[in-house]
Every structure is written in structure tokens, then in C-alpha cells.
Design a protein around this ligand. Structure first.
Ligand SMILES: *Cc1c(COP(=O)(O)O)cnc(C)c1O
Length: 431
């Protein structure tokens, strides 16, 4: 900061903001932010606090963390982890390299994702909420969409089916009851011309279960109706056969609808997230009938909802991994399918190296608003006492869970390359 010559500093001015800011250069923060920290500390009457202010600021920034919670798709930790790609290069985002003409950003990753789930075509938008919004706006504006009353759900941070429907300009036509909806309910709704039903939508109850006296209509039955069926499956589970996993589908995925099988059962379109069970970056995918996908792609909202090259390149890598059947290179699937024996061995090595803690069996969860009540056996380390704040204060921060006064480090969600750091961090904790 340079002081203005026409306004001399007051006589009691504490150490110059500029000098104080310079003394914090080793924090790695840019000078203007150090000036802010220095100013805040001086204003509080305690210039000594400047370093702590700067450190608080650095800590508040987006950064890698170690997820030791056992929640595989932790909403606060960005759901699925996926490596960032090199951003410093131009890419043929909208250039057709074969002809030299203008190309489409929807030509690369979406086509591969469609191939991986057996869809005719696909497009990518910013998240699944945007995918649903675009489908409804493009295919059902000013017309009705029939949805079961048992599927009028709210999914995480404010995705509520009736509200998304309203924003899209489509009219919600409620069918059946909360706990029981039959095919005949849909048939009546669609047959009544006054209803002007454009679509039937099936919404996966991702984050809750209705148990007891219930009845729902299968995708295959809904596909027999006279209007296209859109299935919002949400999680992005690509194929129930899990060809990318050497041991096939894990037991905990038994009832989760998958894109390929939902399309095979007759859904005209499926919508799903990129960062849930698909295991990639935040995105929303619309896949299915080519004519319907094309109508969505032409709608003016598609432009507002389109993803950037970074996300599309990451999704392309992800789609290629699925097509190679290489679940090991998809961090989510690598972690979700790591054998118990490996997790226990890692826990033992960490405990031995840290000289602290006890190896325990624990239970991970898929998280991210998917698969409620599903647990995945896991192993980790238990430490007496609540060390959550201390672990979170380290670099990189370690996010652990505390149960009844005991700190639990679940290794299923920790990348093995972080084990050494984990052992060091545990070793320096006080008892
Ligand atoms: C998670 C989910 C959404 C919202 O997805 P975002 O990618 O978070 O926008 C929509 N529908 C279903 C069924 C979901 O599970």
C-alpha cells in the first residue's frame, strides 16, 4: 500500500500496514490479501494478530482435504473426487478437427457417455437439476408432466420436483398417492386429452425410502404409455452389470437404477449427475433418444446451462475409463471396491507408524443423497477423545468423524497416497 501524500498518517499510527503485510509474505498469499489481514489486525488493536488473520484467510480457501469420514460422496467435500486436467492449453472445444469447421462441445464426452450407457445420444449440462430443468422446458413447456405423488421429492440443497417443474414452464400433473401409484393412474391421466400430457417423469427417490404398504410402477410398465418417459435416476450409476469392476456389482448397489437398464426398459431419456455414482466432476447428463436429446440441445436454456471445457475434458477421461472397463482408474470406484483386507492392512501400518490408535472395523456410506440406509463394510483407526478440530487444522486438513467421544478415521475414503501424512498427523496429536 502507498500512503497518499495529501493525507499524512495520524500521529499514533501503528506499524505501517504495508510493512506488516510484507512481513507475512511467507504465507504465500498475494499482497492485497496480506494488506487486508494487516488492516484487520491493526483495526482490532492487536497487530500481532495479522499472521493469524492471514492464516485464517488461507484456510478459508478452496483446497485439497483428506476425507476420513467414510462418506464416499460427501456433499461438503465436493462429492466424487476427480483429478483436474491441464488447463493451460487450448483445446478443440468447438472445432471439428476433421473439417476445420465449427464443431460442437457436445460432440466429445457426451457421445462417449452415450456409448457407455447404450444411449443413442447425450448432452451434458452443469448438474442434474439443470438437466431436469432443460428436459422439461424443451419437451413439456406449457404442457403437463405426469409424476407419481410418491416421487415429488426434495433432493439435497433445494432440488424440489414441483419447484423445478414450475420454473421450467411445465405443468405438474400429480398421479396416484404418496405410498401407492398404479399404471392405471398414469393411463387415466395420459388418456384425458384435457390434461395435454407431454411426458411421464419417474423420479428416483434417491435419498429416502417409503416402506410398508407401497406400490410403484416399473420403468418397463411406464414405457408402455403413449407419451415419452423421462427417468431422473439421479445417481449416474451407468450399468447394473458394473463391467468396469473385476468382481462385478457390489451387493450394496442391488436396488439402484442404472442408466443402461432404465433405457433398455423403455425410458426415452434418463437424467443423472456427473459427481455421484458416476464418479466424475459436477455435471448433469441427459441421455437417450436422439431426437429428444437434439430438441434439448437446441433450446435456448442449453446455452445458459452448458459446461466448460475443463468439465467436458474430465468427463471424456471418465467415459473412456468406463469404456475400457477400468474402474481402478475412477477414484470413486477404486475406493468403493477396495477389499477389507487392504483397508485393515493400511490401518495397521498407520497405527504402527503413528504409535497411536486402534484398528477397527467400521462402516462407510455412499452419501451424496444416494442409497439411504446402505452401508459398505470398511476399516479404519479409532482414537479415544475428540480430535476433529485438531485434525482439520492441519495441512492438508483431515476431515474425521467423532462418535460418542471417539475419533474415527475411515480409510475407505482416504487415498492410499495420503496414508503417510495421516500417520504423521496422528503421531503429533496429544493424548
Ligand atoms: C442428486 C439428484 C438430483 C440433483 O442432482 P445435482 O447434480 O445435484 O443437481 C436430481 N434428481 C435426482 C433423482 C437426484 O438423485
Amino acid at each position: 500500500m502507498s500512503s497518499r501524500p495529501d493525507s499524512p498518517p495520524p500521529a499514533d499510527r501503528p506499524p505501517s500496514v504495508d510493512a506488516l503485510a510484507r512481513s507475512l509474505r511467507d504465507t504465500g498469499l498475494p499482497h492485497p490479501l496480506l494488506v487486508d489481514a494487516a488492516r484487520a489486525a491493526i483495526a482490532s488493536g492487536d497487530p500481532e494478530r495479522a499472521r493469524a488473520e492471514a492464516q485464517d484467510l488461507a484456510r478459508s480457501m478452496l483446497q485439497p482435504v483428506i476425507n476420513a469420514t467414510g462418506v464416499l460422496l460427501h456433499t461438503n467435500l465436493g462429492r466424487a473426487p476427480w483429478p483436474a486436467t491441464d488447463a493451460g492449453r487450448y483445446r478443440n472445444l468447438e472445432l471439428d478437427l476433421a473439417t476445420g469447421d465449427r464443431g460442437s462441445r457436445q460432440a466429445h464426452a457426451p457421445t462417449l457417455l452415450a456409448r457407455a450407457c447404450g444411449a443413442e445420444a447425450a448432452i451434458v449440462v452443469n448438474n442434474c437439476a439443470a438437466a431436469v430443468m432443460l428436459v422439461l422446458a424443451a419437451l413439456a413447456r406449457d404442457r403437463a408432466v405426469a409424476v407419481s405423488r410418491g416421487e415429488l421429492v426434495e433432493i439435497g440443497g433445494g432440488f424440489r420436483v414441483p419447484e423445478v417443474m414450475q420454473q421450467s414452464g411445465a405443468r405438474l400433473l400429480e398421479v396416484g398417492t404418496t405410498n401407492r401409484t398404479r399404471l392405471a393412474d398414469y393411463e387415466r391421466a395420459v388418456a384425458d386429452a384435457a390434461n395435454d400430457v407431454a411426458l411421464v417423469m419417474q423420479v428416483h427417490q434417491s435419498n429416502y425410502k417409503i416402506v410398508g404398504f407401497t406400490e410403484a410402477v416399473s420403468t418397463a410398465e411406464l414405457a408402455t404409455l403413449d407419451v415419452p418417459l423421462v427417468a431422473d435416476i439421479g445417481s449416474g450409476f451407468l450399468d447394473a452389470a458394473c463391467p468396469w469392476l473385476a468382481d462385478g456389482p457390489p451387493a450394496w448397489l442391488a436396488d439402484e437404477p442404472a442408466a443402461r437398464q432404465t433405457l433398455e426398459a423403455g425410458a426415452a431419456l434418463v437424467t443423472f449427475s456427473g459427481d455421484k455414482l458416476l464418479g466424475g466432476p459436477q455435471a448433469g447428463i441427459i441421455a437417450g433418444r436422439a431426437d429428444l436429446v437434439a430438441t434439448c440441445a437446441r433450446h435456448p436454456l442449453a446455452r445458459a446451462l452448458r459446461p466448460g471445457g475443463l468439465v467436458l475434458e474430465a468427463l471424456q477421461e471418465l467415459a473412456l475409463a468406463y469404456l475400457r472397463r477400468d474402474g481402478e482408474s475412477i477414484p470413486f470406484w477404486r475406493m468403493a471396491s477396495m477389499p477389507m483386507a487392504d483397508l485393515r492392512a493400511r490401518a495397521e501400518a498407520i497405527v504402527a507408524s503413528a504409535g497411536r490408535g486402534r484398528v477397527v472395523d467400521t462402516a462407510s456410506v455412499p452419501g451424496g443423497g444416494t442409497l439411504p440406509s446402505v452401508e459398505i463394510p470398511s476399516a479404519g483407526i479409532e482414537l479415544p477423545g475428540n480430535h476433529r478440530d485438531l485434525l482439520r487444522a492441519g495441512t492438508p486438513p483431515i476431515i474425521a468423524r467423532v462418535q460418542e467421544g471417539t475419533t474415527v478415521i475411515d480409510l475407505r475414503t482416504v487415498d492410499p497416497t495420503d496414508d503417510t501424512h495421516l500417520a504423521e498427523a496422528l503421531g503429533t496429536l496429544g493424548d
